[in-house]
Design a binder for this molecule. Structure first.
Ligand SMILES: *[C@@H]1O[C@H](CO)[C@@H](O)[C@H](O)[C@H]1NC(C)=O
Ligand SMILES: *[C@@H]1O[C@H](CO)[C@@H](O)[C@H](O)[C@H]1NC(C)=O
Ligand SMILES: *[C@H]1O[C@H](CO)[C@@H](O)[C@H](O)[C@H]1NC(C)=O
Length: 253
């Protein structure tokens, strides 16, 4: 029983463990709240769109270059410009992001649970992800919880390309046992991607219940292998929810 009870959890980094709110605030100091919000939303949209377009074209560039180019697209759509220097400082801000409040208690549970193995799993590059984890004031004190920082750099493709999740499964030694590996992510496309290679997935819906927004609305799962295994309100809820799910379903295989 002991050997079958290991729980492997891979956490998405940006938007799941680390909040990019400080970057939006930085933009707000430059453009005012309203404009900054629409630029940040466009930036995020183009960032995702660019990674998916690169996947479709079978091309790869590091995430920092995607981020840089997609910001310029968002600025151009909004008819504003920023100096290269300022863009550089915005991108540096990725090294000092804060965690969401539910993250430290979740990681604390993991640090006292020998049967949980935790990983960071990101489409950033190795160096970007390791600076984000080590330099984030809030996350660095918990960095030892993670057994490894796994990125897409070696695979040269972005989520939700199945190669990316297969790389994760290989790195955690569960290539033949995807159903025992969990992804925790706030990104619906990431959840659907993980499910379609047979992994379990906990979707972090921080808006759920708070503002009457939130809830799983993504429909692509109905055309693929389904949506989230469980829906949770944060990282602490994810760790608890996964533990409960494994206890209820663990003997099933
Ligand atoms: C993991 O360990 C905790 C105690 O640290 C225990 O409550 C839980 O049942 C274990 N889970 C599994 C799946 O073995
Ligand atoms: C962003 O891209 C431009 C080229 O378009 C390059 O000159 C600049 O150094 C890049 N900035 C960062 C921070 O990577
Ligand atoms: C991928 O990772 C980047 C950087 O790790 C992050 O900003 C984003 O939320 C993730 N989602 C994408 C683009 O797949």
């Amino acid at each position: 029983m002991a050997s079958t009870s290991e729980i492997v959890i891979a956490f998405d980094l940006y938007g799941t463990l680390l909040s990019t709110e400080s970057i939006a605030k930085e933009l707000a100091s430059h453009f005012g709240d309203e404009k900054a919000q629409s630029i940040a939303a466009l930036w995020r949209r183009f960032q995702l769109e660019y990674t998916w377009r690169m996947n479709s074209m079978d091309l790869y560039k590091p995430f920092s270059e995607i981020t840089n180019a997609s910001l310029k697209h968002a600025l151009a759509e909004s008819s504003v410009t920023l100096s290269e220097e300022y863009i550089g400082s915005l991108m540096k801000a990725y090294d000092s992001l804060g965690t969401f409040p539910d993250v430290p208690p979740g990681l604390k549970i993991i640090s006292s649970s020998p049967n949980i193995s935790a990983y960071v799993f990101s489409n950033g590059t190795d160096s970007m992800v390791s600076s984000s984890v080590k330099k984030s004031p809030a996350l660095s004190s918990h960095a030892s919880v993670f057994k490894d920082l796994i990125t897409v750099e070696e695979v040269r493709a972005y989520k939700p390309d199945p190669k990316v999740y297969q790389h994760l499964l290989k790195k955690v030694g569960k290539e033949k046992d995807a159903g025992r590996v969990w992804l925790v992510s706030g990104n619906p496309f990431d959840i659907v991607g993980a499910r379609s290679v047979g992994m379990q997935a906990a979707w972090v819906d921080r808006k759920g219940g708070h503002h009457g927004e939130g809830g799983w609305t993504d429909q692509l799962g109905t055309l693929a292998a389904g949506g989230p295994t469980i829906i949770v309100d944060g990282v602490e809820g994810a760790v608890e929810g996964i533990r409960n799910w494994v206890e209820d379903n663990g003997s099933r295989k």
